[in-house]
Write a protein that binds this ligand. Sequence first.
Ligand SMILES: Cc1cc2nc3c(=O)[nH]c(=O)nc-3n(C[C@H](O)[C@H](O)[C@H](O)COP(=O)(O)O)c2cc1C
Length: 334
Amino acid sequence: MTSAGPADFLNRLEIECPVVQAGMAGGVARGELAGAVSAAGGLGTVGMMAPTAFASALKDAHRRAPRRPVAANLLVPFIRQAHVRACVDESAALVVLHGGVAPRWILRLRERGLTVLVTIGTRQQALQALAARADGLVVQGSESGGHLLGVQPIQQALPEVLQAVGDTPVLAAGGAAGAQDVRRLLDLGAAAVVAGTRFLLTEESRAHPDYKHRLLDAERTIATRLFGVGWPLRHRVIANGATERWCASDDLGPPIARLASRASAPLGRIVPLGAMGALARVQRVGLPFFSPALPLAGMAADSVDRCALYAGDTVRRLHDVIPAALALERLAPG
Ligand SMILES: Cc1cc2nc3c(=O)[nH]c(=O)nc-3n(C[C@H](O)[C@H](O)[C@H](O)COP(=O)(O)O)c2cc1C
């Protein structure tokens, strides 16, 4: 697929609407959300979880969207061979990687017949991903919510990457709240547009109800390293108890938190993803050591102040929690 070009990319996926729901890890984007988006004609994505839950969420998404493509998202430091097996067994239409260019995993996924897209933030990372034989790229703008590789707004990052990678399909992530945003990115040359925050604010997303509620009132986001234990990337979040306590003078968070984030980077390769959820249950607003786990439905109410409230800048323009099919309809470029 490497030299196939954007139009062919959509044809192969057989999606009616060039909008991809971002895979959101930790249990936010399960079969319910991914299945609803795929059934409505977009491309739904199951976010990363422990391998068994991940496999059953892919199966569930396919059950909800029979004969439609469903994608899978994997966070590089936490990938295990069982995730690869789940993608193969459950026929993931695409596997989107985030959190680094990992030639070993790209190779293993491709050897099993899967199509692999790598998320990047810069032109240099784009070239690294292609050298590692990624089938395509997701370029992430700095306004994106959640795990953040983007360093420039998508309107600047996308043309730069497109210029560097020729015919390779490039998806654009960041800043898509409505149809006009999607149209603008397609006109710039994106093969499809990835939206996270819009789909976070849907009935099918498993984010904690209070988290969704806070998103509706949010007026600003910050990019921080505060939620970096075991995952040393920046994250774009809205304010909560943890950021108010630790990011008042510097959005990135205090030096001790950044040090802990760097020092704990190898953890992802050693401990399973589920351990991050366990850490989330014990972390406290008063201690600057926070995992990247986010508050899910069913967690205690105070998790909304102790865990990361991921959101992109689009949050300022999104004011409702709606069914995923309606979110897709509002993003559809026509
Ligand atoms: C709640 C949330 C969780 C996210 N988790 C992931 C993830 O697990 N893997 C990933 O590749 N990207 C993740 N992202 C980033 C998205 O893939 C995408 O780049 C981003 O949502 C696009 O910007 P937008 O939020 O403005 O639509 C997440 C984003 C959000 C909002």
